[in-house]
Write a protein that binds this ligand. Sequence first.
Ligand code: PHE
Length: 459
Amino acid sequence: MTTRENFGSKLGAILAAAGSAVGLGNVWRFPIETGQHGGAAFIIIYIICILLLGIPIMMSEFLIGRRTHSNTARAYDQLSGGTCWKWLGRLGVFTGTFILCYYCVVGGWTLQYTTMAATGAFDGVPANEFGSLFQTFVANPWMPTVWLIIFMLMTHIVVSRGIQHGIERFSKIIMPTLFILVVLLVVCSVCLPGAGAGIEFLLKPDFSKVTGKVILGAMGQAFYSLSLGMGCLCTYASYFNHHTNLGRTAVNVCVIDTIVAIMAGFIIFPSVFNIGMDANNLDAGAGLLFVSLPNVFQKSFEALPFLAILFSTAFYFLIFIAALTSAISLHEVTTAFIVEEMKLKRRWAALIVTAVCSAVGVVCSLSFGPLKDVLIFGMSIFDFFDYISGNIFLPVAGMLISIFAGWYLDRRILTEEFSNNGELRAKYIPLIVFLLRYIAPVAIGLVLLNQVGVFSFLA
Ligand code: PHE
């Protein structure tokens, strides 16, 4: 019997889970979605999604992990009583591994861009050249591969040190660093001339832009951004101790994630408006981070090249940290699984995950260059990994988790876990059960149908 570690403090547990949630999703999708889909109106809808869907499902994942103190696969094995529900845990491990394989590619890019920013490589690049700069970089078979391996090795070092000495200690240092960077960048950005227009674009409520599709998009975004629907939060919760208040922890993580997402908007839009770029035509995703923004930073601080270097380096470093902490949580899902199911030492288990994910990651990365003609269902290998995990596996798992916790699990288990065996009052339990039973499965079902294109007739 292996002795299992726990997080040493409440703060460590919250920061680790927040580290998983705060990731690329906060920076490269949320701000754009908000700006283009009704500003404050979108934010209100997003927050409603977090309240109705995010918190209950996050609490369910916490409950399943903490109840069993096991890796995700075994957690569901134990609670499923030999029924097919046991496959849900395995799906989590599989999805976690799958996401890590392409997440580390982008993680590598953030490292490359941090170094480029720090060495002043963007200085003097004409505005229309940033696109080809990025294309040339990702199509090169070597540099992205080297950076992705470095990124995976960093993830590896933290995970192989274990929970308290690795993940918890790292989160306690790096998450406050992330918050400080976010605040500094927001302050710099809102002080730029023309920032007011950017803030107005981001926040002005425009309910006419909120269509059925936008609401479904907000739900999907909430889901991805909170790292729901796969083993991450369940695995982290298996290291929570018996006094961790699951409800409060979930609320804290959701609040941190949402604040960082909104603040990312305050970093991006004032700078975009400062240089007079058309915010409605910005790309989401990689295009925004690696093509539009380097130019925005260059232009915003044209007169003060030193500040341009400082601002852009801090920004890419921030994204790198956000990606790294999410990657660590993904890595831990599979590492915990291998340690407990194959009885390997953590060091070796982590090495297997690092090696396999790096190898598959390299294939994903090469799909921007030498392997770009290899298509799966008409998508490049990278896009396939991104699409299938984010749009299919996560919502499917999330829907099943809400049904499992709401309908299948004994209500007694829910009550015991949410109230810490009677230590807390947890009066909200009937509400959470109602949301898990009726609201979450239907809502996520609609998101799923939307993502596979069933509602393409909607605006
Ligand atoms: N929540 C992370 C983000 O916002 C992505 C992620 C999804 C990480 C699922 C782990 C698991 O980028």
